[in-house]
Design a protein around this ligand. Structure first.
Ligand SMILES: *Cc1c(COP(=O)(O)O)cnc(C)c1O
Length: 389
């Protein structure tokens, strides 16, 4: 194989995005990783195979994606799953009944649902903590604390967790620091550099970037932890199909082109909304008025396209959502197209109402996923949608 393929970690981000984990097809030399649509592999003789036995265990298209995203995060091992939730569900199988997990109080609604309505019933003890304050994380630790799970920036309140500070707390308590890096992506934030043990993504979002598949991926450095995840991936079987892996892999090839554009549009829109509606109504870590702006700048190299706006009431939120023409009313985020959503009734509907209220996920909150359309068109769309509000 020529050197450009299977790029090592010393190469730049864009070179890794395009090449890492991939090599020309050995049969034809096809430069694009083929979609290996097969459930099984013919063996040469009893006990002799080419390293592939059955599709749940291994698939070459899936492996290319796993190696690619692992290289982008600066990790050593990747494990792809059928969705972000399927990925987290498999990660949680690392633990045992009676183990204690500290979870950021503002995380994706489906994460809360999975923990409270499935894993708590199976004996996992969960404490939700405002992880903006590392001291609170430390105070929540018990001698059964096996892991700390954080999402930063958080969804939809755009709160930041100091990853290095929490990694130090996790290390002292021999707990794993697990980071949901879906919002920032490795282009803007690399949690391993701050001491995280396990990073996961909903590849459905920015990594794929085109809203045409569902997937999740877990990345680790440690070989022993990788062995356990590999076992869980095959034993639990929540694996993605080869075509979805191929779509995600096509997406990661342009991550370094898309993210600066999401970021530029996010900054312009957040600035516009802050001037028009008042800074206290807009949450975006790249605004100097964000309470954790300094931490965000230290920990991230850009802020992405997620902006949250507080319109005060459900009625005003509904009016804005009904008027948009370029932004589309839909759940999800991270695609090239701009989306607008209402967290209280959509992504966070599974969080109990009183908990939503305590957190500040109010009925007036609207979440924007700024796509990569022309910023002027997005601004004009929001301008008309917010008229009189
Ligand atoms: C969407 C999302 C998930 C869940 O991923 P799915 O692919 O929808 O299962 C988890 N975390 C965050 C931050 C998300 O945005």
């Amino acid at each position: 194989m020529t050197k450009v393929f299977d790029t090592d970690l010393a190469a730049g981000f864009g070179t890794r995005a395009i090449h890492a984990g991939q090599r020309p097809d050995p049969l034809s030399g096809a430069i694009m990783t083929p979609v290996y649509l097969t459930s099984t592999y013919v063996q040469d003789a009893l006990g002799q195979n080419k390293g592939y036995e059955y599709g749940r265990g291994t698939n070459p298209t899936r492996e290319a994606l796993e190696r690619n995203v692992a290289a982008l995060e600066g990790g050593r091992h990747g494990f792809a799953f059928a969705s972000g939730m399927g990925c987290l569900d498999s990660i949680l199988k690392l633990f045992r009944s009676g183990d204690h997990l500290i979870c950021g109080e503002n995380v994706y609604g489906g994460t809360v649902r999975l923990l409270d309505q499935i894993w708590s019933h199976l004996g996992l003890q969960v404490t939700y903590v405002d992880t903006r304050d590392p001291q609170r994380v430390d105070d929540a630790r018990t001698d059964r604390t096996a892991a700390i799970l954080v999402e930063t920036p958080s969804n939809p309140l755009m709160r930041i967790t100091d990853l290095a500070a929490v990694a130090e707390i996790a290390r002292r308590g021999r707990a794993l620091l697990i980071v949901d890096n879906t919002f920032a992506t490795p282009y803007f934030q690399r949690p391993f550099e701050s001491g995280a043990d396990l990073i996961y993504h909903s590849t459905t979002k920015y990594l794929n970037g085109h809203s045409d598949m569902l997937g999740g991926i877990a990345i680790v450095q440690d070989d022993a932890l990788a062995d356990r995840l590999k076992f869980l991936q095959n034993a639990g079987g929540a694996v993605p199909g080869a075509f979805d892996c191929w779509l995600a892999l096509r997406g990661t090839k342009t991550l370094h082109l898309r993210m600066p554009c999401h970021d530029a549009n996010g900054r312009r829109i957040a600035t516009f909304l802050s001037e028009r509606m008042g800074a206290e109504r807009v949450r975006y870590p790249g605004l100097a008025t964000h309470p954790q702006y300094d931490l965000a700048r230290r920990q991230m190299s850009g802020f992405g396209g997620m902006v949250t706006l507080d319109l005060g009431t459900r009625e005003r939120a509904a009016t804005a959502l009904s008027r948009v023409r370029v932004f589309a009313l839909a759940e999800s985020l991270g695609g090239v197209e701009s989306l607008i959503s209402h967290p209280a009734s959509m992504t966070h509907a599974s969080v109990p109402a009183e908990r939503r209220a305590a957190l500040g996920i109010t009925d007036g909150l609207v979440r924007l996923s700024c796509g990569v359309e022309d910023a002027d068109d997005l601004l004009a769309d929001l301008d008309q949608a917010l008229r009189g509000l």
